[in-house]
Design a protein around this ligand. Structure first.
Ligand code: MN
Length: 511
């Protein structure tokens, strides 16, 4: 990791006394890991030496990354690599790569997650400054002669990545004009001893702060917080219109835990970091300075993007100069392999809550549930479970789909199903698409609408109907039964039995 000489050790705080309630027992990454250690099948601890350069992601791709990572892949446990070559810092990945695991970490049920997040959104708790003068994230401080790559393992996900990345770096910054705060995860490529490049999808809030600072000729101070309570990462992934510019997403994490997220002043810049982060990089986004993302490797690529393709390296990205690295004693690095179930949870569950909220406002009680499917990385494809309870509800399911597009502008496909379909079971959804759907009358095309830049199918080369990249066709697949035919679409009524009685008196002859 680093020599003892360049460490400044600070007095440690007493460990937080875990509370009784599940939702309050988890305060940070390490308490989340402790929770997973109690449940079979949720965490693999690996001692085999692993190279952070493409190997770690190559292993997890098979263990638990999930669609849309290229097969073979599957849903699996999170994985903690204890022996990372060149570092004495372990690396964990896949903490959120399972809906079941996310539900466990938030103290709810997998199918209740959008409702759970919606509740937190409606009862936010603002972040607060910690009263602890020696917060855990600053137990060790490096502020001289920083060499990021010597201090911290930053994985590359594929051999073609532009360079080493911090992929779970939660950036926190404040609006230079209003002081309002924002937190967002952005991909950060290590570009030198004290330099990172940062990619902002156009319009992101921290980029708007950066542009304001640059216009004034000033750097934008930021903290990059890595290794966090999963509730914080999830809350940070809400997007407008649910969380408009100036809305601090940390307050949703506070709502989820019913406790304020604690902040602390940075040691080297005028910014605030998350007191319970494992690792913090403090720095400034420099005005009028840009870097080509793959300047070190010249691969032409950045890293695997959430739709499952390797993204192109960007030509001129803003640069963050790192002024200090602070961390806990025995810190844990957290990473995501790019596409897969972890991205689906992060992007998708807030999307579900946003859709639920908007449709619920317009037509209360009709939209029973939403699933932002992993095929679209949680952003492009949503399955809506809609209940038609009278003849007047016919057609309103399509209205709900239109509202879903309004709630989340990057959404591309909506599949509508009835209340008797399991939206989390793709087989059941495809059954509805097979037996309750006629292609020529049950499909609604909405062409020429702004979608999302990373979907490679929406270019004029793909179809002349697409005038410019990213302005493409949104589609509704209405797989609901027309209300007046409901009686003819009843599923075969098998008897509802007490399984326990039979299973405990059954054996598998092969075991
Ligand atoms: Mn925001």
């Amino acid at each position: 990791m680093n020599s003892a000489a360049d460490q400044v050790m600070k007095a440690s705080k007493n460990p937080v006394e875990p509370e009784k309630e599940a939702e309050n027992a988890i305060v940070d990454l390490r308490s989340a890991i402790e929770c997973l250690k109690q449940t079979p099948g949720q965490l693999l601890v690996c001692n085999e030496p692993v190279d952070p350069n493409a190997e770690l992601a190559g292993v997890y791709r098979r263990v638990g990354a999930g669609t849309p990572v290229e097969p073979p892949t599957k849903e699996g446990p999170a994985m903690l690599f204890e022996n990372v070559q060149g570092y004495d810092i372990p690396v964990i990945t896949g903490v959120l790569a399972s809906r079941k695991r996310v539900a466990q970490l938030l103290g709810t049920e997998p199918e209740q997650l959008p409702h759970h997040l919606l509740k937190a959104l409606e009862s936010p708790v603002s972040a607060e400054m910690t009263s602890d003068p020696n917060p855990p994230c600053q137990e060790v401080v490096h502020d001289k002669g920083i060499d990021i790559m010597k201090l911290l393992p930053a994985p590359t996900n594929t051999p073609l990545d532009a360079g080493p990345y911090f992929t779970m770096g939660l950036i926190r910054a404040e609006d230079p004009e209003t002081g309002e705060a924002d937190v967002t995860i952005h991909r950060l490529c290590v570009q030198g001893k004290d330099r990172l490049s940062v990619y902002f999808v156009p319009g992101r809030h921290i980029d708007q702060f950066r542009i304001k600072a640059e216009k004034a000729g000033k750097p934008l101070p930021v903290s990059i917080n890595i290794g966090l309570d999963p509730a914080i990462y999830l809350a940070a992934c809400f997007e407008p219109p649910t969380t408009p510019l100036g809305f601090d997403e940390l307050s949703i994490a506070g709502g989820l835990r019913k406790r304020a997220v604690e902040l602390t002043p940075c040691v080297s810049v005028k910014a605030k970091s998350l007191a319970l982060a494992e690792i913090v990089l403090e720095g400034e986004i420099l005005p009028d300075e840009r870097i080509r993302e793959d300047i070190q490797s010249n691969t032409g690529f950045a890293m695997p993007e959430f739709p499952g393709y390797l993204g192109p390296a960007k030509k001129d990205l803003p640069v963050i100069r790192i002024k200090a690295v602070t961390h806990r004693r025995n810190p844990i690095m957290q990473t995501i392999v790019g596409p897969g179930l972890e991205h689906t949870s992060l992007a998708g569950i807030p999307t579900e809550a946003s859709i639920l909220r908007l449709v619920e406002t317009g037509m209360p009680g009709k939209l029973l549930n939403v699933y932002a499917h992993e095929a679209g990385g949680g952003k492009y494809l949503a399955v809506l479970q809609f209940q038609k309870s009278s003849a007047a509800d016919e057609g309103r399911q399509r209205q709900a789909a239109l509202m879903a597009f309004a709630a989340f502008s990057e959404l591309k496909h909506v599949i509508l199903v009835d209340e008797d379909v399991d939206i989390f079971d793709t087989n059941d959804v495809l059954w509805a698409m097979t037996t309750r759907y006629q292609g020529d009358v049950s499909t609604v095309f909405i062409p020429g609408v702004r979608c999302h830049p990373l979907d490679p199918s929406q270019t004029p080369q793909f179809s002349p109907s697409i005038r410019e990249s990213g302005v493409s066709c949104k589609t509704i697949f209405d797989c609901t039964v027309p209300y007046h035919l409901k009686g003819e679409f009843k599923r075969a009524p098998f008897a509802d039995m007490d399984l326990e009685r039979f299973l405990k008196n059954s054996v598998d002859p092969a075991v």
